[in-house]
Design a protein around this ligand. Sequence first.
Ligand SMILES: *[C@@H]1O[C@H](CO)[C@@H](O)[C@H](O)[C@H]1NC(C)=O
Ligand SMILES: *[C@@H]1O[C@H](CO)[C@@H](O)[C@H](O)[C@H]1NC(C)=O
Ligand SMILES: *[C@@H]1O[C@H](CO)[C@@H](O)[C@H](O)[C@H]1NC(C)=O
Ligand SMILES: *[C@@H]1O[C@H](CO)[C@@H](O)[C@H](O)[C@H]1NC(C)=O
Ligand SMILES: *[C@@H]1O[C@H](CO)[C@@H](O)[C@H](O)[C@H]1NC(C)=O
Ligand SMILES: *[C@@H]1O[C@H](CO)[C@@H](O)[C@H](O)[C@H]1NC(C)=O
Ligand SMILES: *[C@@H]1O[C@H](CO)[C@@H](O)[C@H](O)[C@H]1NC(C)=O
Ligand SMILES: *[C@@H]1O[C@H](CO)[C@@H](O)[C@H](O)[C@H]1NC(C)=O
Ligand SMILES: *[C@@H]1O[C@H](CO)[C@@H](O)[C@H](O)[C@H]1NC(C)=O
Ligand SMILES: *[C@@H]1O[C@H](CO)[C@@H](O)[C@H](O)[C@H]1NC(C)=O
Ligand SMILES: *[C@@H]1O[C@H](CO)[C@@H](O)[C@H](O)[C@H]1NC(C)=O
Ligand SMILES: *[C@@H]1O[C@H](CO)[C@@H](O)[C@H](O)[C@H]1NC(C)=O
Length: 413
Amino acid sequence: MENATIFCAVLFISLSIAVAELRGNYATFVNSTWVDTSNPSGPGDVVLMGPSTVVVGKNYNFTCHVVCNPLCNFTWLFNGLNVTSGFSEIFMHPANFSDNGVLTCQATNVVTLTTKAVSKVIRVTDPKNNISVEPTVQYPPTAGRPYGLRCLTTGNATAALWVKNNLVLETSTKRVQLLHKNTVLFFDPLTIFDNAIFQCLAFVGPWPLTSESFILRVNYGPQTPIIQAQNLLGPAVRQSFQCYVDCHPLCNYTWYLGERMFWHGSHVSIQLANFTISNNLTCKAVNPVTGFTGAASIIPKIPFGPRNAIISGPSELILGHSYTFRCSTPSYPPSNHTWYLDNKAVAQGDVYQVASATLADNGTLQCTAHNDVTGLSVTNSTELKLINGTTSFKFSSASLVAALTLLLLQLLP
Ligand SMILES: *[C@@H]1O[C@H](CO)[C@@H](O)[C@H](O)[C@H]1NC(C)=O
Ligand SMILES: *[C@@H]1O[C@H](CO)[C@@H](O)[C@H](O)[C@H]1NC(C)=O
Ligand SMILES: *[C@@H]1O[C@H](CO)[C@@H](O)[C@H](O)[C@H]1NC(C)=O
Ligand SMILES: *[C@@H]1O[C@H](CO)[C@@H](O)[C@H](O)[C@H]1NC(C)=O
Ligand SMILES: *[C@@H]1O[C@H](CO)[C@@H](O)[C@H](O)[C@H]1NC(C)=O
Ligand SMILES: *[C@@H]1O[C@H](CO)[C@@H](O)[C@H](O)[C@H]1NC(C)=O
Ligand SMILES: *[C@@H]1O[C@H](CO)[C@@H](O)[C@H](O)[C@H]1NC(C)=O
Ligand SMILES: *[C@@H]1O[C@H](CO)[C@@H](O)[C@H](O)[C@H]1NC(C)=O
Ligand SMILES: *[C@@H]1O[C@H](CO)[C@@H](O)[C@H](O)[C@H]1NC(C)=O
Ligand SMILES: *[C@@H]1O[C@H](CO)[C@@H](O)[C@H](O)[C@H]1NC(C)=O
Ligand SMILES: *[C@@H]1O[C@H](CO)[C@@H](O)[C@H](O)[C@H]1NC(C)=O
Ligand SMILES: *[C@@H]1O[C@H](CO)[C@@H](O)[C@H](O)[C@H]1NC(C)=O
């Protein structure tokens, strides 16, 4: 273990000396050999310093910065091809049109051999032969309206091609046309599918000259606004609403209760006590750039009730028969129901079932409805009377005797 560390350190010292000699700066590199190589780290994030636009004929330096222990080794690539290795700095001397492309710096930790890279697009310009892109209209790019880009050139440069997202634009379509000898790219109408990075390209002699990127971001909407009601928020009786709309840039929202404006923002929380049933809640969205508007409305469900409880079912029960009782209460959200027979809770839910009537069912049946959200309750009751049944139904004498026997047995103390 210790031997390996010493071996690595020695190897690193020889490598460093080799690099130092290559660079002709022995002293600084010798010092760096004392860096602790037994604990290598990095490379951290690589930062490539230098201009992204260069002017033909001038000199430029590019420097790679990275945190690395021991010092990283660097490899420079241009348009994917190896340029040089060893140092953190390279020179462009002087810049010419063939320097258009992607410069990459790769930093490698010489102990762990971990590599990280960073790239930069270099654009060569010529003040005498310039190229640029500008809109042909005064208003912002808006979906549904015409829009155009013009390629402006100076000197000997002549506009030749349009490039969309790094791909040469195909020939004209009915909606997207190349006009005036390719100098104008015209959209009629503009759509969100035209969102892209546009460049125009010219030639000065054999050298291509590219314009700076024109980022076209189409303003559109508000489209398909909708209001979504969030869950009821318990006994506080507030409800929240969210307005959704497709819009670029972000739309501005205004809320109306009936005709009355009362809130700005995409989200609103309302005290439902302020509502009357007929109030119509509207969210209006405005695109701050185009001024276009859209709106969505809903009639919110106001929690109410329970107003009254209606118990349905017979009032006379025949011994041994089955019955169903229902408790209905106008309420939003639906109320919970509890059934009581002679003040004893016997069931939950809006239905009460008697599988086989017994003497115990002769009594007061009560239904209590409770709305968790409004916090209100209502109770109603009905008297149940157990009867012989001979008046309503024909029984075989056997079953009648059985029923009466049961009745008598139950009456015995
Ligand atoms: C070498 O490093 C030491 C400390 O790490 C420092 O004091 C000294 O100045 C350095 N020498 C050179 C030539 O950079
Ligand atoms: C580029 O680096 C060289 C040597 O390090 C320096 O002399 C020159 O001033 C630098 N040029 C620029 C433009 O920074
Ligand atoms: C660049 O060249 C060096 C040797 O000159 C080689 O070791 C390295 O792998 C090359 N890198 C790439 C990305 O081609
Ligand atoms: C840096 O990398 C190059 C190419 O891979 C290599 O020739 C050189 O020896 C390396 N230098 C160090 C100090 O590792
Ligand atoms: C344009 O081309 C002509 C002929 O090749 C040349 O004399 C002139 O200097 C060029 N102008 C610019 C601005 O490059
Ligand atoms: C929304 O409208 C208000 C008032 O007109 C304004 O102050 C605010 O900046 C707007 N917000 C956006 C995102 O446009
Ligand atoms: C609802 O009523 C309360 C108190 O009356 C009031 O403070 C609040 O602003 C009202 N909210 C709305 C949305 O009208
Ligand atoms: C709400 O009111 C607006 C006009 O005040 C109306 O156009 C819209 O249809 C109403 N929405 C509902 C859901 O009733
Ligand atoms: C009780 O029920 C009766 C008859 O079904 C109904 O008329 C009355 O309104 C109810 N009372 C309450 C408080 O629900
Ligand atoms: C009412 O019913 C709801 C849903 O079934 C339940 O979450 C709630 O706890 C019930 N409330 C009472 C008071 O029983
Ligand atoms: C049923 O209850 C009523 C009133 O509470 C009572 O008058 C009647 O005698 C009872 N009938 C039976 C069979 O217990
Ligand atoms: C039950 O039926 C028997 C025999 O039919 C009759 O004598 C009795 O009076 C009836 N009782 C009631 C409460 O209807």
